[in-house]
Design a protein around this ligand. Structure first.
Ligand code: GLP
Length: 242
């Protein structure tokens, strides 16, 4: 694991955007795995600025998002679909047909999950996967527990996550209890992984992520088995690392 520690959120976001941009410059038809949450917002803003300055052409990329709340329609402002269009896709020159997120509203979830895996494979696999991390060590929506899922699945959210994510909703009651997420196996198949974390609240999860032990209690710890992972942290997220 490569660990880069930046002085603050802005510097972290810039560094992350440079890594994504270099991936696209070297391979304009890159397949990117993308994340939601407040952490990657700064990175998306930096990428949009690069595009506007005509330093970056994103017309060739394909994207797959990590997850989506179950049964939230795309026009719901809390859906990850809405988040991605609002914060990134609407501001760049990506082709709409190259954008894919798990469908939260789906008649046949099992089939949707299988088709998602197949679509990633057909695209040639993910070149660079961007990740945030939950306070409980989840990546995507792979929650700590006894087992971890390998492939894209419908999962139950933990109380911790429902509580942590309630800040985006009017009340905790409105947070969906389930989500569709790429599995740990789907994430680990990516050729390169870039995990971003900022703030004190993430320090404990980051410590477990790099600890030298694998545990389903911290799904991100499995990233230690991947040959090409870069962590970009601000000082607070890195504060418990020796
Ligand atoms: C959600 C997402 C994760 C994200 C995490 C952290 O639960 N499913 O992909 O990494 O939240 O969110 P934030 O960046 O807002 O702290």
């Amino acid at each position: 694991m490569r660990i880069i520690i930046e002085k603050d959120y802005k510097a972290m976001s810039k560094k992350a955007a440079l890594i994504v941009a270099s991936q696209v410059l070297l391979k304009p038809k890159s397949v990117l795995g993308l994340a939601t949450g407040s952490t990657p917002l700064g990175m998306y803003r930096e990428l949009i600025e690069m595009y506007k300055r005509e330093e970056l052409d994103l017309s060739g990329i394909k994207t797959f998002n990590l997850d989506e709340y179950y049964q939230l329609p795309p026009d719901n402002p809390q859906s990850y679909y809405y988040f991605m269009y609002n914060n990134f896709f609407n501001h760049i020159n990506i082709k709409p047909e190259n954008i894919r997120l798990p469908k939260g509203i789906s008649q046949d979830v099992k089939r949707e999950c299988e088709e998602y895996e197949t679509a990633i494979e057909k695209a040639g696999g993910i070149d660079l996967q961007v990740l945030g991390i939950g306070e409980n060590g989840h990546i995507g929506f792979n929650e700590p527990g006894e087992h971890l899922r390998v492939q894209t699945q419908l999962i139950n959210l933990t109380d911790e996550t429902i509580n942590a994510n309630s800040r985006f909703f009017e009340s905790e009651d409105e947070v969906p209890r389930q989500a569709i997420t790429m599995g740990l196996g789907s994430i680990l198949k990516a050729r390169r992984i870039l995990l971003l974390a900022n703030g004190k609240k993430k320090a404990q999860a980051i410590k477990k992520t790099v600890s030298g032990y694998l545990t389903t209690k911290c799904p991100a710890s499995f990233l230690q088995t991947h040959p090409d992972v870069t962590l970009i942290l601000d000082k607070e997220a890195a504060s418990l690392l020796s």
